[in-house]
Write a protein that binds this ligand. Structure first.
Ligand code: GLU
Length: 547
């Protein structure tokens, strides 16, 4: 068989060579020794998820810790899965989480010397490499229709052998040039298949930077590398792009492990070095006591939109993801409470290979710690910007009450044991919403031992003695006095000693006041809240309950 002739029959217009691309277009990068080149390679399906972000952080850290390059490549070879606006979603979401690419796709266009970064614009490059494989006798056209492939599969099932396109089942593997010519003359469309030399029994070893040395089965299938429209499959595009873009580390989900043998054989056949593979573990969650994969259908928290809509601070999400990315991060954080997260040395061998457990409660806890370190003025701006996008009805309120909001968010933050109340914007607004009359309502009940009439009576006493200029201790002394004058212990411990002597204690009386003023039984310091509210609002709220 004259393979050169076949190659020219199939790709008459492809006249560049691999070495042209390797030497002239995409030469070795001029980076310092050890610099890592990584890429995030999402498909523009419109859904960007935590797994993407998890992988992106790995890519970003590897590249930027080593003065390397972190790029964005859009894997848009699957027409059916493409969604309008998806690239914009990817870029803006990642930017929100503070992930910035050094090169790659932009919302409109691209930036960098190793493009195009949209795979759909790289057809000629893939076809050049496919043509080379045909010339080497390691790829060939296949004219099988869907029905023919289905027939082959049925026969294989009947015989009880592995299904697929390989060995004697590979109908066009040994087609003659004349047969191929005939199909082409008939105007039949074809895919290009890789001619595998692997066997069903064969095995090989490869090092994965997260999983260590792997022994896996060879590929033996003649997989499709170019589809009928000349656009590559994932397998082929991955090999060609990661080589020519000079990617050193391929970070991708463990779902790609099963097809790694294909990629390995392609790299070896073309004569290229494999990149260092880093197969990350699936994100898991606990569900009814057992671990399972996060699912798009069942778990809204898988999508990145979830965090943006609720208004999680990117620094909190990043801090949390780092705890599941590297097992020694939390230890580092305890030793470096004020350290910038970028000072932590991220390493691949500290990554889990058995499923990373994602836990929203833990994210919320970490978020509280992270927000405590962010100046309140910045949190205010973050909240305001979030509201513009996700809760426009509160923009005015926030803008008109800037000082009060900042003060409300500040209560108890500078104490020895600072309050940790804030988690994400939706919750932060909910947390201070009592302050605004339009959002204020009484949500909690009075303590069990106090009924409505009794509460009114206590609040009337409170109102009678209320002096807005009392300092905190004068204010609390008055509450103690009201308590003891009305049958409540002025100190909880007195009540504990002799519960029969009292209706309750000063804590119950304070709770009644708290509920009247903020609507809830738990809140930051009431005296401070009153000072922020101002005398008029305090009196108004008290009177509203009394009357
Ligand atoms: N486009 C693939 C995906 O979205 C990328 C896998 C890879 O990073 O190689 O899953």
């Amino acid at each position: 068989m004259d393979y050169n002739k076949l190659a020219n029959m199939l790709f008459p217009n492809i006249n560049k060579t691999i070495s042209y691309y390797e030497n002239e277009v995409f030469p070795k990068r001029n980076l310092k020794e050890g610099a890592k080149v990584t890429r995030l390679a999402p498909s523009p399906t419109g859904f960007i998820h935590l797994g993407n972000l998890y992988g992106a952080f790995v890519d970003e850290r590897l590249a930027h810790q080593s003065d390397g390059v972190f790029m964005l490549r859009i894997e848009d070879t699957d027409e059916k899965r493409k969604v309008e606006g998806a690239v914009e979603t990817i870029i803006t979401s990642l930017k929100f989480f503070d992930l910035n690419f050094d090169e790659g796709a932009l919302i409109d266009g691209e930036n960098g010397d190793y493009g195009p970064y949209y795979q759909s614009n790289r057809a000629e490059i893939y076809q050049c490499v496919a043509k080379y494989l045909i010339e080497q006798g390691r790829a060939y056209p296949c004219f099988c229709t869907e029905e023919e492939l289905e027939d082959i599969r049925r026969e294989q099932e009947a015989e009880g052998v592995n299904t697929g396109y390989y060995g004697k089942w590979a109908k066009y593997r040994n087609a003659t040039i004349e047969e191929i010519q005939e199909h082409l003359d008939n105007g039949e469309s074809f895919v290009v298949r890789f001619k595998s030399n692997g066997t069903e029994e064969g095995k090989f070893e490869i090092d994965d930077a997260i999983r260590g040395r792997l022994e896996i089965h060879e590929n033996y299938q003649d997989v499709v590398i170019l589809k009928t429209n000349g656009i590559p499959t994932y397998h082929f595009a991955h090999v060609v792009d990661d080589h020519l873009m000079r990617v050193t580390h391929v970070v991708r989900g463990e779902e790609w492990l099963s097809t790694l043998p294909i990629h390995y054989e392609l790299f070896k056949t073309i004569g290229w070095d494999t990149p260092i593979y880093c197969h990350t573990a699936h994100l898991m969650k606990m569900d009814n006591g057992s671990k399972r994969k996060l699912s798009k259908r069942k778990d809204p928290e898988l999508g990145l939109g979830y965090y943006m809509e609720l208004g999680y601070h990117p620094a909190a999400v990043r801090e949390y993801l780092m705890t599941i990315l590297n097992s020694d991060f939390e230890e580092w954080r305890i030793a470096n409470p004020e350290g910038n997260i970028e000072e932590f040395e991220f390493t691949l061998n500290k990554m889990s290979n058995s499923g990373a457990l994602f836990d929203l409660d833990k994210l919320n806890n970490i978020s509280k710690d992270v927000l405590l370190k962010i100046p309140v003025e910045e949190i205010y701006v973050f909240l305001l910007n979030w509201s513009k996008e996700h809760k426009p009805e509160i923009v005015n309120i926030l803008e008109n009450n800037r000082e009060s909001v900042i003060k409300l968010l500040s209560i108890g933050r500078n104490d020895n044991k600072p309050r940790k109340d804030l988690m994400y914007c939706e919750q932060i607004f909910e947390f201070i919403s009592y302050f605004f009359d339009e959002y204020f309502s009484i949500v909690d009940n009075y303590p069990e031992n106090i009924d409505g009439a009794e509460a009114k009576k206590l609040l009337q006493k409170y109102l009678n003695t209320y002096n807005h200029s009392d300092d905190q201790s004068q204010w609390f002394d008055k509450i103690r006095t009201i308590s003891s004058e009305n049958g409540y212990a002025a100190k909880p411990k007195d009540y504990k000693k002799n519960p029969d002597m009292y209706k309750g204690h000063v804590g119950d009386v304070s709770t009644v006041i708290r509920i009247a003023l903020v609507g809830r039984s738990v809140s930051p310091d009431v005296w401070e809240i009153q000072q922020i509210m101002g005398k008029e609002k305090v009196l108004e709220r008290l009177k509203k309950v009394i009357n």
